[in-house]
Design a protein around this ligand. Sequence first.
Ligand SMILES: C[S@@+](CC[C@H](N)C(=O)[O-])C[C@H]1O[C@@H](n2cnc3c(N)ncnc32)[C@H](O)[C@@H]1O
Length: 278
Amino acid sequence: MTQGWNARLDAWLQDRSLRDPQQLGRRIEVLDQLESALVHGLLPSSTHGEALLAELEAINQQLFQTLREDIRRGKGAGSLRAWAASLRSSDNGKGYGPLDALISGVLDLTEPSDAIELGPEMVFYQPTPARHIFDFIEQASPTQADVVMDLGAGLGHVTLLTAICTDARCVGIELQASYVASARQCGQALQVHNAQFFAQDVREADIAGGTVFYLYTPFTGGILRTVLDALRREAAGRVIRLCTLGPCTTVVAEEAWLKPAGACDAQRTVLFQSIPAD
Ligand SMILES: C[S@@+](CC[C@H](N)C(=O)[O-])C[C@H]1O[C@@H](n2cnc3c(N)ncnc32)[C@H](O)[C@@H]1O
């Protein structure tokens, strides 16, 4: 067993392409395997293994740093969209993948340890997998005229990436104050001036300015009903769009005042548009 791992380690040590910054997907695969082999003692007393781990991680950190600089210089949209296009193909379509590792490295968000216990019908924090965020950005293509609101924004991935990749004003509303503090800190560090975060219950938030709303199933039952009713009242005066992901899609698809742009598949982002009242 150990011999097989030693041969694998030798091959990685020789492989110059692993040091190519563009080969992030492969590097992440190798780092996962290497970490697991070291943790499970399959590469015993392997200073080479540990050195390779540190070397590959440093290359990734340098890449994240370059992307952070691009964002600060207002060049983040092109860079991140290019990475999303290249890493989506290596994505297995399930859960989280290399694109999430890239986004997590670039945003460098700290997940607070002091999350409060959520009330019934409120869904615990889980970030939208990055490929779905880029799907949402492509589907909705928000412009400078839009105000994008993520209702139940968590650490702010959707708000921050949409703000970086478009000219829209982006607003994240999240009940957990410590999550909002992390999101704000990230926005400030990356100088993302078109992203704002509010620590509030969505039911009490001012959603009057929103034109595009995003819901990664943040709540269910009566809370979802209350928020959908509030959105329907907004749609009485103007056309709004609503993007959903996960189980809430089935509920939203039943709303007669909304029309989906395509098939209502809960595994993907679905964009709805309000039907103007006569
Ligand atoms: C599934 S996570 C989605 C996070 C984020 N929208 C994303 O896609 O990355 C749901 C989030 O909604 C928040 N949440 C649940 N009920 C809420 C409420 N009534 N008002 C504001 N936020 C709420 C939770 O704290 C959690 O962070």
